[in-house]
Write a protein that binds this ligand. Structure first.
Ligand SMILES: NC(=O)c1ccc[n+]([C@@H]2O[C@H](COP(=O)([O-])OP(=O)(O)OC[C@H]3O[C@@H](n4cnc5c(N)ncnc54)[C@H](O)[C@@H]3O)[C@@H](O)[C@H]2O)c1
Length: 263
């Protein structure tokens, strides 16, 4: 499939996990990519891996922390300089923080989670939307979480930030729909990425695999999701085919967010 030929897509948090999986799917389908991440080494490895599989992919890679406004403005400017336009933004970079109850939560970590997961996504919207507005075309996918639909024990800033991402998604859809721009959010459940592996480490440091297996049992599918299963939904939302879908938060969780009690 080459439906992303000549499409320019920015992916934040592109070095690992969901961002990297989406970068590979889009490279396979012909996209030009700006890969953004604050982990320089992993970003360089990710770029090389994509180029070894899809050698003709045009890639700009930019080391940037999405919670730094100037750095976000810069990744947008550099993309326009290199490719002349921006068709899609996968506003994906995020962190989980730590597991602790509300009263025991470390305030500095609370602020950091909000800075990256909420303000970082906002900066992405703030600087990409004017470019898309001029083009009269754009596709934005923000990354929320099932923690943006429901509460999750011991993850208060994560849940607050992800609910906010879902809210900002609705606003972007309302305010910019008239310019041919759609904005949606995805709400992944537990997808097996480095971030989730780290969460299982925190839940059961002696036996993280046991924590993972137990967690999967409460999902209707009895398994965790795979990054590729998320990437294909993101690709649809970034494609021309999703032209009348906007302002939605789409769960990618094997049905778990519909559940009340045990399955
Ligand atoms: N994996 C899941 O099950 C799951 C579920 C729900 C939501 N999410 C969300 O999906 C997104 C990606 O998660 P993942 O599981 O792939 O995580 P991950 O930790 O595997 O990868 C995240 C990537 O983002 C980068 N990153 C983090 N903070 C950054 C910053 N401030 N600036 C630039 N880059 C930064 C990291 O270096 C890393 O490469 C996050 O927003 C996360 O909250 C993931």
């Amino acid at each position: 499939m080459t439906d992303f030929k000549n499409k320019v897509i920015i992916i934040t948090g592109a070095a690992m996990g969901l961002g990297f999986a989406t970068a590979k799917v889009l490279a396979e389908r012909g996209a030009k990519l700006t890969l953004v991440d604050y982990n320089e080494e992993s970003l360089s490895t990710a770029k090389n891996e994509i180029l070894s599989e899809y050698p003709s992919t045009e890639i700009v890679s930019i080391v940037a922390d999405v919670s730094n406004e100037d750095a976000v403005k810069n990744y947008v400017d550099e993309t326009v300089k290199a490719f002349g336009r921006i068709d899609g933004l996968y506003n994906n970079a995020g962190i989980e923080g730590r597991q602790a109850s509300i009263t025991e939560y470390d305030v500095d970590i609370f602020k950091k989670v909000i800075d990256i997961n909420l303000t970082g996504v906002y900066y992405g919207l703030r600087y990409v939307l004017p470019v898309m507005q001029k083009q009269n075309y754009g596709r934005i996918v923000n990354v929320a979480s099932v923690g943006g639909i429901r509460g999750v024990l011991n993850q208060v800033p994560y849940v607050a930030s992800k609910h906010a991402v879902s809210g900002m998604t609705k606003n972007a859809a309302l305010e910019y729909g008239r310019y041919g721009i759609t904005t949606n959010a995805i709400a992944p459940g537990a997808i097996l990425t480095p971030m989730v592996a780290e969460a299982f480490n925190q839940i059961n440091p002696e036996n993280p695999k046991k924590a993972e297996t137990e967690y999967a049992q409460i999902n209707p599918t009895k398994r965790l999701g795979l990054p590729e299963e998320v990437a294909k939904v993101v690709a649809f939302l970034l494609s021309d085919d999703s032209s009348y879908v906007s302002g939605q938060t789409i769960a990618i969780d094997g049905g778990q967010s519909n559940m009340y009690g045990n399955v």
